[in-house]
Ligand binder design. Structure first.
Ligand code: AMP
Length: 476
């Protein structure tokens, strides 16, 4: 099938041709005609299937009649709203929309938390037809009356299941109830849990359903290896594998922000160029890390699932599961980052004796046997070679030094008059300081009474990843 057979205008066809899209992906072929017919849509499609273009291209086609170059904000009301669970995904959708609207005078902007609201407010005031937003920040703008949604014709809930996982259900319902009743609603989700079905029945009109093959099968191009190793020695095995296999670029998945930070520090100690990204890092620093990874100057990207969501990184030769995910679907999504588009890839999982349950769940879901192997020198139960022991001692010393530093800070906080310590947003009780494993722990500990959204931001949920099916240029 050709894009030109789907009823899209020449301006849109030209823009996607320039992107190098030669033919629609399955979800695009199915969803574009339905969206063009103004029907509500429930689409089971994961990131990496081309779902963004599946909803955005027909939306542009629908909005084309409103495209204009007037400078009057009144001529550019918000007509399409896309809700995304994370900033990264919102940003990625925004980048795509900019390319798709290259030949159409339709404006688009992204609105997400973690960055200053003022530039977003300025963009919204100037008038913009397409807004891509995370729910929390959108509600902030609604509250401050910096956005009007009374002209919204199309609503997209992207990765609806993830938004639910992240606790956004009430925010989403609130936003949906504020939108015009006469509108088209498109809901994209990897799974259709009862909560999603309820959302659909409460807010959608006779939705059509489309589905593309669920990814519970792993790609045959990906060589999957599992190594049994003691939890405490994973870090050494990882360094060893990166060097031995000459991994030029690798994403390493961790389950928590703390383990991601710790691992990146350990790898740096081993002389590797490594950085961690997770939800506690400032947006600007996350984007910087991502772009250095995309450029190739960063060799190891350590990521939590949630931070890795929405990453559009293609042709990755290696993926490592440093910790096996609790949800076996995440294993499939994680390793889907490699071995795409005919390229071969290697996915390595480091499994500690405590992770057999996760290993079994992965085997069950993917209907394959992944026999754990043991690498000589890293046998479970074997004692660590001398240099590891000295590394460990070094790390323990650092950690003790960090603790002592924390204790000293706590002591000096106790000496400081109360009002002064209250002024410092990072000031935390000594007990909380001790909870952090190192000085870094300070960053993850929020003062008591932190806001609803900051609590939400702290939560890490398993994520859906964006397999590198297609290579894209990134301009940030
Ligand atoms: P998505 O699932 O929307 O995040 O898309 C994943 C990647 O596929 C993005 O980099 C898109 O630019 C790219 N893409 C989307 N549609 C096509 C297509 N028809 N042909 C080639 N690449 C595509």
């Amino acid at each position: 099938m050709l894009f030109s057979e789907l009823g899209l205008s020449p301006e849109i066809l030209r823009a996607i041709e320039e992107q190098g899209y030669s033919e629609p992906t399955p979800i695009q072929a199915k969803a574009i005609p339905l969206v063009l017919s103004s029907r509500d849509l429930l689409a089971a499609a994961q990131t990496g299937t081309g779902k963004t273009a599946a909803f955005m291209l027909p939306i542009l086609e629908r909005l084309k009649k409103f495209a204009n170059t007037s400078v009057s904000p009144a001529m550019h009301p918000v007509r399409a709203l896309v809700l995304s669970p994370t900033r990264e995904l919102a940003d990625q959708i925004g980048v795509n929309v900019k390319t798709y609207t290259k030949y159409l005078p339709l404006r688009a902007t992204t609105v997400f938390g973690g960055v200053n609201m003022d530039p977003q407010t300025a963009e919204l005031r100037r008038g913009v037809e397409i807004v891509i937003a995370t729910p929390g920040r959108l509600l902030d703008h609604i509250q401050q009356k910096t956005i009007q949604l009374n002209k919204v014709e199309v609503l997209v809930l992207d990765e609806a299941d993830r938004m639910l996982d992240m606790g956004f259900i009430q925010d989403i319902r609130k936003i949906m109830s504020m939108l015009p009743k006469e509108r088209q609603t498109l809901l994209f989700s990897a799974t259709f849990a009862p909560e999603i079905k309820r959302l659909a029945s409460d807010f959608m009109k006779e939705p059509q359903t489309v589905e593309v093959a669920r990814q519970n099968a792993t790609n045959e191009q990906v060589e999957q290896l599992v190594y049994s190793v003691e939890a405490g020695r994973k870090r050494y095995l990882l360094s060893h594998l990166i060097k031995q296999r000459d991994m030029s670029q690798v994403i390493v998945f961790c389950k928590t922000k703390i383990s991601a930070d710790q691992l990146a520090r350990d790898l740096k100690r081993d002389g590797l160029v490594a950085e961690a990204i997770h939800g506690d890092k400032a947006q600007t620093s996350r984007l910087e890390i991502l772009s250095s990874f995309k450029e190739g100057s960063l060799r190891v990207l350590v990521a939590t699932d949630v931070a890795a969501r929405g990453l559009d990184i293609s042709e990755l030769p290696f993926v490592v599961n440093y910790e096996l995910p609790n949800s076996p679907e995440d294993y499939v999504h994680r390793i889907g980052r490699t071995g795409r588009a005919g390229a071969s890839g290697v996915a390595i999982s480091l499994m500690s004796p405590a992770e057999t349950r996760q290993h079994e769940a992965i085997e069950k879901l993917t209907r394959q046997t992944l026999t754990p192997q043991v690498l000589a020198g890293f046998e479970p139960g074997s004692s660590a070679p001398r240099e590891e022991s000295s590394h460990r001692r070094e790390r323990d010393r650092d950690r003790d030094a960090g603790r002592e530093h924390g204790r000293e800070q706590a002591r000096s906080a106790a000496r400081t008059p109360a009002r002064e310590s209250q002024r410092d947003p990072m000031s935390v009780p000594a007990s909380a300081l001790m909870a952090g494993k190192s000085g870094e722990g300070l960053k993850t500990i929020k003062p008591a009474g932190s806001s609803r959204r900051s609590r939400k931001a702290q939560r890490e949920v398993p994520a859906l990843l964006l397999p590198p099916r297609y290579k894209v240029e990134v301009n940030r």
